[in-house]
Design a protein around this ligand. Structure first.
Ligand code: COA
Length: 158
């Protein structure tokens, strides 16, 4: 049984993340979506809210589990007996950071492989921070996030 971990801050989860999880769920027996505490990013939504939004958005995918974590990603991956880390690549601009991350993670845990997938082109230009900014300024981001996320974004603006 191959288990893949899809990590991220998910502040908040967007349709681009969901698209990638759906693709991963078709390829792997089990997908663990690992929501990082990421204190250095000072997330807009607390960890509990981010985990609960990701859980709600992905609830229909039977082989997907959602968990929050604090600490090293590689420790999390090994403690859940996963073999693979999945990351999304949207554009060349993602490559440099992802290359560094994959290299450091391989140094920490040589047996864990990182694989990359691309989301649907219609989500290639979105990011969580862009969605937050546009929503905060009154723009319509409903095409890019689940209705529950939309409600949460609207809640923080009011
Ligand atoms: N569609 C749309 N947007 C996407 C996307 C997709 N498929 N994939 C990524 N993004 C966006 C996110 O919305 C996010 O946007 P933002 O920067 O505006 O918030 C950005 O790309 C990157 O975010 P994400 O994929 O969530 O990754 P991250 O950089 O926040 O998370 C971790 C990186 C959590 C994997 C990394 O920090 C980590 O492993 N942390 C644990 C601690 C650790 O082990 N550190 C050492 C690592 S070597």
């Amino acid at each position: 049984m191959t288990c893949v971990v899809y990590p991220g801050t998910f502040d908040p989860i967007t349709n681009g993340h969901t698209d990638l999880v759906q693709r991963g769920a078709k390829l792997f027996d089990r997908v663990i979506v690992a929501v990082a505490a990421s204190p250095s990013k000072t997330p807009r939504f607390d960890l509990e809210t981010r985990v609960s939004l990701v859980t709600e958005v992905l609830k229909d995918l039977k082989n997907v589990t959602v968990m929050g974590f604090d600490g090293l990603l590689m420790d999390f991956v090994q403690s859940h007996q996963a073999q693979v880390v999945l990351r999304g690549l949207r554009a060349m601009s993602d490559f440099e950071f992802e290359f560094q991350l994959a290299g450091m993670n391989r140094h920490l845990a040589p047996d864990i492989e990182t694989i990359f997938m691309t989301p649907s082109e219609k989500y290639a230009f979105i990011s969580s921070s862009l969605v937050r900014e546009v929503a905060a300024l009154g723009g319509d981001v409903s095409r890019f996030v689940h209705p529950k996320v939309m409600a949460e974004l609207t809640g923080i603006i009011k």
